[in-house]
Design a protein around this ligand. Structure first.
Ligand code: BEZ
Length: 212
């Protein structure tokens, strides 16, 4: 099986989760989605990650992004662990966690990297757009908790490109200037970027963030 690449259709699957059976594509509907794997339940880094995502849920909602976590432990284990996450992270887990006991989803998405660990999934992140295309893939090692602000930042960038024809420069954050994508021809700049633009080079055209 060839590994997943950016722009590929996100492989569909049906899986059991803490919020019932999920058909991934149907569950996504017209939303964006983030699918992210965890090495195991009742582990410290994962506990902080799931708490952080629960607290950031409104940020994902704002961007029309559904959140779906995965680990290979069973539903009973997930349910017990959720109680611990809620207690220790001062939150309420508000998104489904897949119980991928047979590793079907983990294998489909190549989340097990045997030379790192042949039993547990690594910390994979997939962002999928409403057309079900894979738009972002990041892989972290088990020992490093993910930076979900970075994941939200990339989603903002992807949505700016899709909806406003701009890309984002290095280390960009919300509110900062963007770059106009090369496919916008010179003669459409004034119409497409009413806030104005600066042409530093013909290929380097800066404009204020369009959607503010
Ligand atoms: C953790 O989530 O804390 C963790 C899991 C596997 C290896 C190291 C840390």
């Amino acid at each position: 099986m060839r590994s997943i690449r950016l722009g590929d259709e996100a492989p569909n699957f049906v899986a059991i989760s803490t919020e019932g059976e999920i058909n991934f594509h149907n569950w996504l509907g017209n939303s964006w989605g983030i699918l992210f794997s965890h090495p195991a339940d009742y582990t410290p880094v994962c506990t902080t990650e799931l708490g952080t995502v629960a607290k950031s849920k409104s940020e994902f909602d704002k961007r029309n992004v559904k959140v779906l976590a995965l680990s290979e432990d069973d539903l009973e284990s997930h349910r017990g662990w959720i109680k611990d996450i809620n207690e220790t992270q001062n939150t309420i887990v508000n998104f489904p966690i897949i119980a991928d006991e047979d590793r079907k989803v983990a294998e489909l998405y190549d989340m097990i990297h045997p030379n790192a660990d042949d039993k547990m999934t690594v910390r994979s992140v997939f962002v999928v757009d409403p057309e079900k295309k894979v738009r972002l893939m990041i892989t972290y090692p088990a020992s490093t908790g993910r930076n979900f602000e970075e994941i939200l930042r990339v989603i903002d960038s992807l949505q700016l490109t899709d909806y406003h024809k701009v890309a984002t420069p290095a280390n960009w954050h919300q509110g900062e200037d963007c770059v106009i994508v090369p496919s916008v021809p010179e003669e459409q700049l004034a119409e497409n970027f009413p806030k104005g633009y600066t042409e530093i080079k013909s290929y380097l055209r800066i404009t204020p963030q369009p959607n503010l």
